[in-house]
Design a protein around this ligand. Sequence first.
Ligand SMILES: [Zn+2]
Length: 266
Amino acid sequence: MRVVRAGRRFLTVELGALTVTMLSDGETAMPLTHLRGADGAPLADLAGADVVDGKLRLPVRAFAVQGPGGSLLIDTGAANAWHPGLGQVGAALAEAGIGATEITAVALTHTHVDHISGLVDNDGGLAFPNAARIFVATEELAAFHAEPRMIPAVPRLVPLEQGDGPMPGVTAINAPGHSPGHMAFLVDGRLLIWGDLVHHAAVQFAAPQVTWVFDDDQPRARSSRLALMAQAARAGWLVAGAHLPDPGIGRIERKGAGYAFHPVTR
Ligand SMILES: [Zn+2]
């Protein structure tokens, strides 16, 4: 892996014949009570937390995987559907020199608002008109259909299952808990784009048992995080996440009772 290009809102790494570009959608902040302990109550010990104006910093990211098999966008950001600091995936793509019309497929880690909204632009049109297929986990198709904003995207839906390849070199891996069909994507067998496995890196790498208030099934989210962190550390995979600190891609290693995250250098 090597970093080939970087700008304010993006960073591109090369993995063999593929490139992976981190696209920043912007940043918001969440109440301190969103981190949860083993008992489900707000986490008492917030030592080490990344706090901005009394809240937990929450960056939002999407990723573009490009290669001979096409250009796959993994997640799409919040567009204008959530917090005002977000909705910058389009600007990040432009900064990275990737045209919206170059995107040939989209895969969603899950169907929450900060991951799916960017599929449809603010005027109600498809933001990626040449994305012929939009991959959504089978368990989350109903949630996708229930979102009025997503109506233009429905005809392009393709159900996604563990082991499927939304493009050559990319494999879907079940990571349920944050949502029922939450998916991670392994790129070139060595970079795991893990969606919302971690919401607050400053706490959850050192203490991976800590959950997030919006984890749909807290024990299941915890066990998916523990299992995939262990697998990534053991295999020496790079990890990338929708809410990891800049630039959203790095190495993971065992440290004490948990892990440490080492972001790649810009
Ligand atoms: Zn999220």
